[in-house]
Design a protein around this ligand. Sequence first.
Ligand SMILES: Cc1cc2nc3c(=O)[nH]c(=O)nc-3n(C[C@H](O)[C@H](O)[C@H](O)COP(=O)(O)OP(=O)(O)OC[C@H]3O[C@@H](n4cnc5c(N)ncnc54)[C@H](O)[C@@H]3O)c2cc1C
Length: 383
Amino acid sequence: MSRTVLVLGAGLGGMVAAHELRRLLPRSEHVILVEREEQHVFPPSLLWLMVGKRDAAGISRPCAHAVRPGIELVRGEVVSIDPSARTVRVGEQTLRGDAIVIALGAEYALQAIPGLSEAGLCLYTLAGASAIRDALARFEGGRIAVLTATPQYKCPAAPYEAALLVDSYLRERRRRDKVTIDFYAAEPGPMMVAGAAVSAGVRAMVEARGIAYHPEHPVKSVDAPQRRLDFANGTSAQFDLLLYVPPHRAPEPVRAAGLLDDAGWIPVDRHTLATRFPEVYAIGDVTVIPLTMGRPLPKAGVFAHGQAEVVSHNIAAAWTGRGKPRRFEGEGACFIETGGARAGMGRGNFYAEPLPEVKLHSPSLLWHGAKVLYEKYWLYRQF
Ligand SMILES: Cc1cc2nc3c(=O)[nH]c(=O)nc-3n(C[C@H](O)[C@H](O)[C@H](O)COP(=O)(O)OP(=O)(O)OC[C@H]3O[C@@H](n4cnc5c(N)ncnc54)[C@H](O)[C@@H]3O)c2cc1C
């Protein structure tokens, strides 16, 4: 009797999971990939788009192009998940899986901060990054504020890269002396999970470029007409152009499915990505994996990718009886674009005890080149 794996979400994690499952399972087993969007956008490239180094077409691909023979793509909105029955409602149809891989990512909770979306431009969407590109092209001088609305967000390097790329963009156009850049962080420091040395290293990179860094400034509300940020610590700041990372939360069908912990994400076994429901796995941004150091594993594509490989391998091993179970061991790496065709790189083991062991490599042409190669690999290998 043939079985079915449902992969929910064709983002960075779900795409890898569907491809790996198809590669590893016999053709008699079904792989169904569910996705609501027509276009897949490669998120790391949004930062290059924002400073005019990419266009939307260059970093997007139709989801349908990612479908290999033997993968069924169901285009539609996941509206509910019953993890006990392993059924999923997609629009009007109900799908049943012998195993489910939930890879629905994080959604943005803009309403959590009054005034934020009216006052600023979002660094984390295609529409926002495109609007930032246009706004920067017109920006002759004034105050730019880069804001992380909450301390936990996907890709902890991204807003720091954004600030460095904006600085670089303005220097190249000889406008930097007419602009102040302030970074208001909800968190106590950059990339805290990677350890004190990495955090201090990234902060030093930002400050060396004349960007004023204000940690522990969680925003309470934004006054759009007055262009003013009001922080929970009682201080305020004016801006002319606001670039923000939005608050995140688990997508609606996941919240309604009884899968979440108190922090609002799906708790999973840190090595197998199993949820508390048999044969239901969750990977990537929708999960929470607490670390001994007191903060969760960061939400990042590199982890979603590695977790997808482990879950796919283990489902295939269980169904075919071939191969030993694998474990996700918390290895990860992250590029930090600094502008001027240079990038740094943080790499290490985030499951190391008692603290993650992550090393920061200084910015160089090499790491920038590696990031460009990874982008090409993703956009041409997966589609
Ligand atoms: C600007 C930026 C830069 C980044 N840079 C890096 C980087 O350099 N390195 C790195 O490792 N990570 C980076 N990331 C983070 C990385 O993109 C995410 O961590 C990664 O995409 C998570 O993968 P995922 O599969 O969990 O979720 P996603 O990739 O977000 O995929 C979720 C998918 O589910 C779909 N979906 C959601 N809800 C529904 C629904 N109800 N019905 C149907 N489909 C649904 C979505 O459309 C989406 O396709 C960056 C992110 C941003 C925004």
